[in-house]
Write a protein of this length. Structure first.
Lengths: 110, 119
């Protein structure tokens, strides 16, 4: 079963604006990862944040992790049309298994 | 980053036939690979864990006799959809696990997926 819940399920913003997606999970984790998927394609790893980390940056991406609330957020700043995709969080648990959230479909309007 | 190659990217087959999908880790060894299934506009559903040299571990509700998994080497896992039916039409994605030696955290690298259409 899927553990993560993401909101919003769909997000549509104008190019240049910031996009924020949230992910909640239920059990203890080793790490949390964010992935991007373009329509009909495989997943691209964006960023991994370990359970002892609170914030991580990578280019225009900023990820936060609050283990007390069992939640994470992904912020994409200065969005571009090419950022249009589905974004999934995945929690890393024992035995290397990843459990995916339902995903957020992000649309960047030019 | 590490590369995982999945083949074929698209396949159309007739109902009742079997289809084999390959997942290769190109520049690292993966003792564990995962197979996922994704329906349109939905998330990835884990089907099974493929372990090199041993039997795959299937998630609840996944028929092991229908979805045969073979992980014969450290760089190759295969998923065979046997006696395919239209309801098996879906997007299948594999991932291979890279383990960081310093802290045992893992990162999954995904193949590009296989679009299976059963007619």
């Amino acid at each position: 079963s899927q553990q993560g819940e993401e909101d919003p399920q769909a997000l549509s913003i104008q190019e240049g604006e910031n996009a924020t997606m949230n992910c909640s999970y239920k059990t203890s984790i080793n790490n949390l990862q964010w992935y991007r998927q373009n329509s009909g394609r495989g997943l691209v790893h964006l960023i991994l944040i370990r359970s002892n980390e609170r914030e991580k940056h990578s280019g225009r991406l900023r990820v936060t992790l609050d283990t007390s609330k069992k939640s994470s957020s992904l912020l994409i700043t200065a969005s571009r049309a090419a950022d249009t995709a589905s974004y999934f969080c995945a929690t890393g648990q024992g035995a290397q298994k990843l459990v995916f959230g339902q995903g957020t479909r992000l649309t960047i309007n030019p | 980053g590490a590369v995982v190659s999945q083949h074929p990217s698209r396949v159309i087959c007739k109902s009742g036939t079997s289809v084999k999908i390959e997942c290769r880790s190109l520049d690292f060894q993966a003792t564990t690979m995962f197979w996922y299934r994704q329906f349109p506009k939905q998330s990835l559903m884990l089907m099974a864990t493929s372990n090199e040299g041993s039997k795959a571990t299937y998630e609840q509700g996944v028929e092991k006799d229908k979805f045969l998994i073979n992980h014969a080497s450290l760089t190759l896992s295969t998923l065979t959809v046997t006696s395919a039916h239209p309801e098996d039409s879906s997007f299948y994605i594999c991932s291979a696990i890279w383990t960081f030696s310093r802290d045992s955290n893992t990162e999954a690298f995904f193949g590009q997926g296989t679009r299976l259409t059963v007619v």
